[in-house]
Design a protein around this ligand. Sequence first.
Ligand code: PLP
Length: 420
Amino acid sequence: MHTNDLSYARKCDENDDLSHFRQRFLLPKDSNGNELIYLCGNSLGLQPKITSKYIQDELDDWANLGVEGHTEGKNPWLPYHEALAKPMANIVGAKPSEVVIMNTLTTNLHLMMVSFYQPTKIRYKIIVESDAFPSDKYAMESQLKFHGFDAKEGLILWKPRKGEELCRFEDLESILKEHGESVALLMIGSTNYYTGQHFPLEKITELGHRHGAMVGFDLAHGAGNIQPNLHDTGADFAVWCTYKYLNSGPGSLGGCFVHERHANNEQLKRFAGWWGHNKDTRFNMRHDFDPLPGAEGWQLSNPPILSMAAIRASLDTFEEAGFQNLRNKSEKLTGYLEFLINNLKNDRITIITPKDPTQRGCQLSIQVRNADKNIHKKLTEAGVISDWREPDVIRIAPTPLYNSFEDVFHFTQRLKEVLA
Ligand SMILES: *Cc1c(COP(=O)(O)O)cnc(C)c1O
């Protein structure tokens, strides 16, 4: 049983085998040099100390070797992305050939829809959860319009019931029963950015496929947080970013998954570029497009190595910690946060994230009745970096790599003071 005192939180940190990873990160400080309580890894993950060395290595190779760095560098740039496929595949539960790091999230979502959203007059609708991240919705609406459909009519929202915050699987089943013949794509955020609800990916995929639709997931809030077991879900594709839980720096490159059953399907339409072309003949510069098998075949451009170096630093850290270990700690850390918040016994507060640990990652979304952004401002002044979502939700994401039980304890104390 948890208890509500600092010595208990400290004891949990002492018993935590992963606690030393915190020292490997640069923690933001206030103007007096005191460490802030950083609970915003769902928005921008912190910088591993080794990242600058990884980037510096590539700058050195560029300085010393120029163009030769493509083949002669310490980590040759030509196949650089290949070294990232395996550790990233471990994080999302895929085969290395199903994963590629390229572009950024919304760009990848469009590229995937070029291949996996191929509407006909009859089957053209897209289903998305109603509180999806705005960029995803804009991408889907613009794809509908691009194909000549009405964006409002073509986009079906999977909504929570009146008076509820979370989406129910049964309601998605009902939508498909009603619209099944006309649905071309289910495009769902695997872990909803707002409520923190993690959806049953395998069941959703099976449901979508049974009704003849393609199924894709946005893992922006899942990757590095929850193991989505992408390959086993059977989803057609997935996209994610690496600057949130994957700690690879602002605007860093995104990840993309294409299920292996599509690896050699040349009938699929796609937007092509030279980096997706057969490596043996890529530099002949004359051949007809000959796509690489697997996710690599969707690449367009030669990638920014400096951003990839930061991803490499992050993935090395994840490999060392072990994803399952991180997940085990994460459940405890978030469980402790939940305990402390409930212990405040403040009736203005409701945690809207599911209580069941299999239906959430590390984030808790805390709804504060009659609150406005002022409460977030006060928390910031009290040294807590958190995230505010209109109209009344504070999102708190203790990450197992660099957050401690003590962080969670101090946060709750400050929340109490701010609410008083
Ligand atoms: C963070 C996030 C984005 C951001 O998209 P970018 O293309 O990386 O700017 C998009 N969708 C979701 C679900 C997100 O959480």
